[in-house]
Design a protein around this ligand. Sequence first.
Ligand SMILES: *[C@@H]1O[C@H](CO)[C@@H](O)[C@H](O)[C@H]1NC(C)=O
Ligand SMILES: *[C@@H]1O[C@H](CO)[C@@H](O)[C@H](O)[C@H]1NC(C)=O
Ligand SMILES: *[C@@H]1O[C@H](CO)[C@@H](O)[C@H](O)[C@H]1NC(C)=O
Ligand SMILES: *[C@@H]1O[C@H](CO)[C@@H](O)[C@H](O)[C@H]1NC(C)=O
Ligand SMILES: *[C@@H]1O[C@H](CO)[C@@H](O)[C@H](O)[C@H]1NC(C)=O
Ligand SMILES: *[C@@H]1O[C@H](CO)[C@@H](O)[C@H](O)[C@H]1NC(C)=O
Ligand SMILES: *[C@@H]1O[C@H](CO)[C@@H](O)[C@H](O)[C@H]1NC(C)=O
Ligand SMILES: *[C@@H]1O[C@H](CO)[C@@H](O)[C@H](O)[C@H]1NC(C)=O
Length: 283
Amino acid sequence: MRTTIYTSLLAALPMAALAQERPVLANTSAVPTHYGILLTPSITPIDMFGPMDVFQGLAMAFQNLTGPMHLSIISVNSTPSTTNPPMPGMDFGMALPPTITIDEYLKAAATNFTSIGASSTNSTCHTSTKIPGPLDVLLVPGGGGTRKDVSHEIDFVRTVYPSLKHLISVCTGSTIVARAGVLDNRRATTNKKAWAWATSFGANVSYVPHARWVQDGNVWTSSGVSAGVDVSYAFLASVYGEEVSQWVADVSEYTRWGNASYDPFAERWGPLNTTALNGTAAM
Ligand SMILES: *[C@@H]1O[C@H](CO)[C@@H](O)[C@H](O)[C@H]1NC(C)=O
Ligand SMILES: *[C@@H]1O[C@H](CO)[C@@H](O)[C@H](O)[C@H]1NC(C)=O
Ligand SMILES: *[C@@H]1O[C@H](CO)[C@@H](O)[C@H](O)[C@H]1NC(C)=O
Ligand SMILES: *[C@@H]1O[C@H](CO)[C@@H](O)[C@H](O)[C@H]1NC(C)=O
Ligand SMILES: *[C@@H]1O[C@H](CO)[C@@H](O)[C@H](O)[C@H]1NC(C)=O
Ligand SMILES: *[C@@H]1O[C@H](CO)[C@@H](O)[C@H](O)[C@H]1NC(C)=O
Ligand SMILES: *[C@@H]1O[C@H](CO)[C@@H](O)[C@H](O)[C@H]1NC(C)=O
Ligand SMILES: *[C@@H]1O[C@H](CO)[C@@H](O)[C@H](O)[C@H]1NC(C)=O
């Protein structure tokens, strides 16, 4: 079954890409294979699906070198999240069911993943209810829902961070990571249009205004919305190798943002634009 799916996915890749020899992984020892995405309420679609597409591209082309890759979609309960913005009169989104709830994950973790699986998650919309073990990478997307009650999400990030290999935030997902204390005394960045609000969290965080993304140790934070794609390629380059990252980008016909410090949106939306700072912050 796995082979059939894998083969058919590969068949969808451009032939030119397959005809060329793929690069090898820069480091095959203990590369991350278990990715998790934390479903925040009213998630911004590309915050989640942009990085997911990058990680899926990695899995499709390199899974036979990394070992089986797994994606967990994690939520506070089995009620689907939504991409519908939390604005009056908005009805423009889709439901996003989790593959595992926070409680189920923590329960499995408490037994060192000897009792794995998400038996009570009642979703028919995902491919697998089993998890292979601890998360290696957690992606925390943002969106309008980060301004709602996200206390359970914050607690989860605080609890799980010490066991992760890497943590990545997109947009205002940084506020969840900051409120979990993970950004304390670190360099970080966040959404430029929501800068004033988003940078009010965390202790001694050096928020970098001109940054598409910032890496500080194993914590990667990115700027608004689409920047999640760029931090994901930077992450791949750092962890699996530059050539691997470029391969995945080429297969996606994506032009990577090469300079993490190049950020015209700092002037466009603030914090380097005092006029824009007073505007309505979006997501
Ligand atoms: C390879 O990755 C492992 C695990 O992340 C790390 O401990 C090791 O230092 C890396 N080796 C090299 C040569 O980068
Ligand atoms: C992995 O899969 C790719 C694409 O199908 C193939 O070209 C490559 O030879 C495989 N490598 C290994 C080590 O199996
Ligand atoms: C948890 O399981 C892993 C993998 O099976 C094992 O290497 C590790 O020693 C276990 N840890 C504990 C605390 O039992
Ligand atoms: C799962 O969904 C079905 C159909 O909606 C429902 O009958 C059942 O009670 C649910 N089970 C759990 C454990 O939530
Ligand atoms: C913040 O930095 C100050 C000065 O370096 C230090 O005294 C304080 O403990 C730091 N706070 C936290 C929460 O790390
Ligand atoms: C990256 O962008 C910054 C800001 O525009 C610029 O100062 C710097 O020279 C650029 N670096 C490279 C290597 O192009
Ligand atoms: C600063 O913000 C104002 C108001 O949104 C906008 O008109 C202006 O173009 C922005 N400045 C830059 C350099 O983008
Ligand atoms: C922004 O708002 C503050 C407080 O509401 C006000 O004092 C300041 O003059 C405003 N700045 C601009 C450039 O409009």
